[in-house]
Every structure is written in C-alpha cells, then in structure tokens.
Design a protein around this ligand. Sequence first.
Ligand SMILES: [Zn+2]
Length: 110
Amino acid sequence: MGMRYRRYLAGERIYGCSHCKTHLATIHAMRSRAFNGQHGRAYLFDIVVNIREGDPCDRAMTTGTHTVRDIYCVKCNTTLGWKYDKAYEPSQKYKEGKFILERNLLVDVQ
Ligand SMILES: [Zn+2]
C-alpha cells in the first residue's frame, strides 16, 4: 500500500512534513500563500510528492463547492491538507489538480 520509496527533492527551499521531515514540495511549486486550511494559514502548490490521496468528497468552502481529497504523508500518515479534484465555480478552476498544505504542518528541511 502506498509508495515504498520516498522521493527526495533538491532546491533552495524545501518544505517537509513537520512530524517526520519527509520532503513534500519546493518553493518553486508554490502558487499562493493566501489560503486557509483547517488549522490556519495554508499554501497552494502545483506539485507535492510523497503523499497518499484519500477518496474524493464534495466540500463546501467560502469560495464555493469543490471536490477534494485529503492528502496524507506516506511515511507517518499525518493529514497534511488536500488536493482539489474539481471546482464548480469558473473563477476557482485554476485550483484543479493543485494541492493545499497546512503551514503549521510544514517544516523547512533545507
Ligand atoms: Zn510525515
């Protein structure tokens, strides 16, 4: 189940899981810092690695209904945020296929 091998990222700034420091994303893949997660501020990324995706579900947010999947660290199974599968509002379509990571659950690993 899940990924057996973890990927290691290279770059000037890498975000990792705050529990186990598994690499998750680079600053180059960050699209926005202006999001809110379940636990406060959150970041929007184009690409996140070393995660497991949960089942899709519809969630009502302040910006409308979205189909999202919770995402989990492959190593320690912490819930890190979610992935946008689908946005119903045309103005929110840019989020589709992108990932939210909760700032409080990230650490700088480099
Ligand atoms: Zn972890």
